[in-house]
Ligand binder design. Sequence first.
Ligand code: DSN
Length: 423
Amino acid sequence: MERKWDYYPLKKEFLREEDPEVFRISQLEDKRIKEGIELIASENYVSPAVLEAMSTSFTNKYAEGVPGKRYYPGNQFIDEIESLAIERVKKIFQAEHANVQPLSGCPANMAVYFGLLNLGDTVLAQALDQGGHLSHGSPVSFSGKWYNFVHYHTNEQGWIDMDEVEELAKKHRPKIILAGFSAYSRNLDWKRFREIADEVGAIAMADIAHIAGLIAGKQLANPVPIFDVVTTTTHKTLRGPRGAVIMCKEKYAKKIDKAVFPGIQGGPHEHIIAAKAVAFGENLTEGFQRYAKRIIENARALAAGLMNRGFKIITGGTDNHCMLVDLRPKGITGKAAQDALEKAGIYANKNLIPYDPQKPMITSGIRLGTPAVTTRGMKPSDMEKIADFIDRVVQNIENEEKIKEIREEVRGFASSFPIFSWE
Ligand code: DSN
């Protein structure tokens, strides 16, 4: 059964009456979504059921602790909802243990380091300027300040060099080897990461925030059964509320739970946990598998459409939902492209490419992803149209009039799609 919604079916009647100012701004955001093309690889649109779960009365409750072991009374139904979320996410990923309380990706990673490391311990992770993440040891993040991160790299073509991972692991004997990324378009060799971790006695950790939905939808291999600890956000390809989950082997369960609370967090956001439960329920359906498959088909179609128009895609394509475009052959920076695309109603973020000569606020690349446009029901033939829009924006980057014309075309195109469509 196909179900689609042109706009979110939320009445917002109390909001409209009590706070017209917030109502007005919220309506504008709905309109922006409807009339734009969202290609930020980490973004998505939740289902109406996930949205409704976020506005349930679970928001009112303090529930420090874990189900069955809370500090405050009155948590009978909170325990039920949190246990449901835990059971569902364990089923999706075949996890031995799950903590669904992390507020977002950085706190989830922080809890893992806090629970399993001592200050100054060594972690081996992917370099930020080559697809990694701030919380994987960037010098400006707590992770890089408090722990000794050593980074592995990609080669000039953009592929992770597993021999370097092994070499660095043997040299630095990290306590954790972390596999995971925020801008990498190829499959990770989970088995090889596990073998290297075993070789040097390290904990094997994965951060699957970007690809969790593709794993849940059975399109990519699942590291959870063979890794010690795995973190993911819930709002990217998993299409849930903003938040995160930590999954781990039973032997790390106590340390992880204690690191989340009282280690780094206080009361969990139980209305968000209710919405996580709803999203996990959706993740377990066949429709979600079709959605995950379509995300990858769309990403491949978008990459092909861009390459046919002379764009250079790092590694020459994608295995997942995202791609990195090297804009140097087009003679423009990532920032210039991001700004011009935004004016045309197309949202994509500037991103460093491997060995980027530009600074992080300028960059030579943009990152594109297809989770959100796929949620709107777009298909590979629509990706051809989007590639054409992007090409025309880049060709006319200094022509304000032309960009305005493209903006109107984008508005018409995007508005013809629902805000959320089940596959
Ligand atoms: N900001 C997210 C992303 O865009 O990948 C990760 O935290």
